[in-house]
Design a protein around this ligand. Structure first.
Ligand SMILES: C[S@@+](CC[C@H](N)C(=O)[O-])C[C@H]1O[C@@H](n2cnc3c(N)ncnc32)[C@H](O)[C@@H]1O
Length: 312
């Protein structure tokens, strides 16, 4: 983990109180912490840094990791294709990330890509702000993103059919600077960052995957600046009780506070700045993009991800 992140970090266990983390027994090279421990001065919780990866998800358990589909080799390979298929000159590649990137304006400060998976959008944000951080609960995804950041290339075994695999090499363009990005394991519902520390926040295809979508928005709001800030949310709104109970959904139901469609409800919440989302956001006209995930050579999932861009 790049040492410069230390000044942004707070203990995710102690939220909403913010206590800094101090680094103990660190082994570093050229400003990169390879191993060490981050310790909360208040609750004494310890967060290890292992092979350069800071593990800052306060809810993570070994058994969760063992059953998380996003930790599997198949999903890592699927997402590497989804994020970097255009760099492989694959005719089937989706151009969703370029469309999302076109929604944001360049601006100073730090960007945060929540649930950023293997890092494509984090690299895109690194190109339009001073520094971008990708967070995800999947250690396997964060390892793949960091490998790309450090080595600038990664060999991926794409599923062809059954047990057959095709190797492909992803090479990052020179215009995507590794020194302006970092990736850590963290949870979008308890972000280990100070309030008002983020200028640009993205949440792509995440809000329908978390157990508390409103808590995710509130955490976004806590860490983003009160002014000179942007927020991009995109989602297919595939509400499911596997991720969250119906009462926690922000749309997709006929009754209650969040009856109606998810995109419209999120836009209203932001524009009104209620439910701990103040100061209110200016919300631009919504749009959508076709996002694609590859399972194997003959099987792709095509997903309409509906986005809203907000600023304040
Ligand atoms: C559907 S994928 C979207 C990935 C990426 N944002 C994109 O659009 O390509 C959802 C991602 O969110 C991550 N995730 C799920 N729950 C999370 C949470 N509570 N905090 C952070 N990441 C989470 C998953 O590991 C996965 O990488």
């Amino acid at each position: 983990m790049k040492k410069q992140l230390l000044e942004l970090l707070v203990c995710p266990h102690c939220l909403p109180l913010e206590y800094p983390l101090t680094a103990d027994s660190i082994r570093e090279q050229d400003g990169d912490i390879e191993t060490g421990t981050l310790k909360c001065r208040n609750c004494a919780a310890l967060f290890p840094i292992v092979e350069g990866v800071a593990l800052l998800d306060p809810f993570a358990t070994e058994s969760q990791r063992a059953t998380n589909k996003y930790e599997t080799d198949e999903l890592v390979s699927s997402y590497l294709w989804s994020h970097y298929g255009d760099l492989l000159d694959d005719a089937q590649a989706s151009h969703a990330y370029a469309t999302w990137a076109a929604q944001i304006r360049p601006q100073g400060g730090v960007a945060l890509d929540a649930g950023g998976a293997v890092g494509r959008f984090t690299f895109a944000m690194g190109g339009c702000c001073d520094f971008a951080i990708g967070i995800d609960t999947s250690l396997a995804f964060i390892r793949a993103a960091r490998q790309l950041m450090r080595e600038r290339f990664l060999v991926v075994a794409l599923k062809d059919e059954g047990l057959l695999r095709q190797e492909a090499t992803i090479r990052l363009p020179d215009t995507w600077p590794s020194e302006r990005v970092e990736f850590v394991v963290a949870n979008a519902l308890a972000l280990p960052f100070r309030k008002n520390s983020i200028g640009l926040f993205s949440s792509l295809n995440l809000v329908d995957k978390v157990p508390s979508p409103l808590r995710h928005l509130q955490e976004m709001n806590r860490v983003t600046r009160d002014c000179d800030a942007q927020f991009l949310l995109s989602d297919p709104f595939s509400w499911s009780t596997e991720a969250a109970p119906v009462k926690a959904w922000l749309g997709g139901k006929t009754e209650g506070e969040f009856a109606g469609k998810g995109l419209a409800n999120v836009a209203t919440l932001l524009a009104e700045g209620r439910d701990e989302l103040a100061p209110a956001w200016r919300v631009a006209a919504p749009g959508h993009v076709w996002w694609k995930i590859r399972t194997h050579s003959n099987h792709y999932e095509l997903i309409r991800s509906c986005f809203v861009h907000a600023s304040r």
